[in-house]
Design a protein around this ligand. Sequence first.
Ligand SMILES: C[S@@+](CC[C@H](N)C(=O)[O-])C[C@H]1O[C@@H](n2cnc3c(N)ncnc32)[C@H](O)[C@@H]1O
Length: 216
Amino acid sequence: MRYRRVKGATEKLEVLSRYITSDSISFKGRWNEAFGNDNPIYLEMGCGKGKFIIEQARRNPGNNYIGVEGQEPVLLRAAQNAKTADLSNLTFISEFLRHPDDYFDRDEISGIYLNFSDPWPKARHAKRRLTHTGFLSSYRKIVKDGGFIQFKTDNDDLFDFSVEEFISNKFTVYELSYNLHDSHIRAGEITTEYEDKFQQWGKKIKYIKVGINSVE
Ligand SMILES: C[S@@+](CC[C@H](N)C(=O)[O-])C[C@H]1O[C@@H](n2cnc3c(N)ncnc32)[C@H](O)[C@@H]1O
């Protein structure tokens, strides 16, 4: 039997196997084995095409990074961009995570980045917002004491909602800005695809960083 060669398939498979962790749920509690070291692990939920997390990984070789993205074609672009950057401290999970603590063990993560998360404006979809109490309690389990959650958005309503969620869930506010790129906060140094676009449109970027400390 003759098989027709699919254009680009070999390269696509190579990218998939090197940068996308298959059966990612089975790595719960042993992500350090996946990286082959005990370096701290940082997570980006909804990483899109990966600009932000790839740059984080490039600048911080002593840390490990995991990008989570539910849209497969988008994630494939992220994996291809990671291959171009040739990084060994970065991998991706190709899933829409509903319960991050199904994938990560208690204290396994040092920090979480939420960048331009989908706003889900309808009240009946509020639970899907990545800063909803349901997600926050899952993050609290997996992020170690002294770790952080960092959130950026252009969306005023989502930002106000998120600040309230962080405060009512007793996170400690480390930094907050209603105009990140007009501040001296360093979180503006590494931007995302959406951030670049919104900045070009003249939109102000809202930002909050909160700490995870054990609740008394
Ligand atoms: C608006 S885009 C922002 C992308 C990127 N963070 C940026 O700032 O350029 C939000 C992304 O999050 C992804 N996403 C939303 N909820 C998710 C979840 N629960 N798990 C994984 N990915 C998610 C979406 O598929 C989408 O690609």
